[in-house]
Design a protein around this ligand. Structure first.
Ligand SMILES: Cc1cc2nc3c(=O)[nH]c(=O)nc-3n(C[C@H](O)[C@H](O)[C@H](O)COP(=O)(O)O)c2cc1C
Length: 172
C-alpha cells in the first residue's frame, strides 16, 4: 500500500513534518504531494492519505490550500480514509489555534472520507480551535507547534504515525 501525503507549507514547517512522517511510516511507502504543485484530485488514488496544513492569518487556510479549496469540491472520496496534521502557534494565536486542521477535516468528511488519528489536547494551551472537539478534549488530528514545543514534535509525530496505521488496520 502507498499512502498519499498532501501538504501545503509557507515557511517550511509543515513540509519538514511531512518528511518526518514519511520516515516514520517506512517501510510503508509514502508519496509526497505539495498541493502547490500537484493536483488534489490525486487523493482519489489512495485508500489512505494524510494531509498537512498550517493555519495562517488568524484562523485562515494556508495559501496553497486556499488556492485548491474549490477544486476539492469536485472529488468523491467515499470509502477512503484520511488523517490531518497541522502546524500552528498556540502562544501567538491562541484564539485560532490550528483552525485550518478543523476546516480541512470537515471539508474531507463532506467529500465522503472517514477520519483517523484524533489526539488528546493534553499538553497544549489555547483558547479556541476549530480543530478541537469534545469540549476541547481532543483534536481532530495531530497538532504540531514548532514555534513553542519543537522538543515535543518527534515523539508526537512518531506516536501519531503508529496510531494512524493501527486505526487504519482496524478498519473493515
Ligand atoms: C502572520 C502569521 C499568522 C499566523 N496565524 C496563525 C493562526 O491563526 N493560528 C495558528 O495556530 N498559527 C498561526 N500562525 C503560526 C503558523 O501556523 C506556524 O508558524 C506554522 O508552523 C507555519 O507553518 P509553515 O511553515 O508550514 O507555513 C501564524 C503565523 C504567522 C507568521
Amino acid at each position: 500500500m502507498t499512502i498519499g501525503l498532501f501538504f501545503g507549507s509557507t515557511t517550511g514547517n509543515t513540509e519538514d513534518i511531512a518528511e518526518q512522517i514519511e520516515e516514520q511510516l517506512a517501510p510503508l511507502a509514502c508519496q509526497m504531494h505539495n498541493v502547490a504543485d500537484d493536483p488534489v484530485s490525486l487523493m482519489q488514488d489512495y485508500q489512505l492519505f494524510i494531509c498537512g496544513i498550517p493555519t495562517w492569518d488568524y484562523g485562515e487556510l494556508q495559501a496553497d490550500w486556499e488556492d485548491v479549496w474549490e477544486e476539492l469540491d469536485a472529488l468523491d472520496l467515499s470509502g477512503k480514509y484520511f488523517a490531518v496534521y497541522g502546524c500552528g502557534d498556540q502562544v501567538g494565536y491562541p484564539e485560532w489555534y490550528q483552525d485550518a486542521v478543523g476546516l480541512l477535516h470537515d471539508k474531507l468528511i463532506g467529500l465522503g472520507a472517514s477520519p483517523l488519528g484524533y489526539t488528546s489536547t493534553e499538553g497544549y494551551r489555547f483558547e479556541q480551535s476549530k480543530a478541537a472537539i469534545d469540549n476541547k478534549q481532543r483534536f481532530v488530528g495531530l497538532a504540531v507547534d514548532e514555534d513553542n514545543q519543537h522538543d515535543l514534535t518527534d515523539a508526537r509525530v512518531s506516536r501519531w504515525c503508529e496510531q494512524v496505521i493501527e486505526e487504519y488496520n482496524a478498519t473493515p
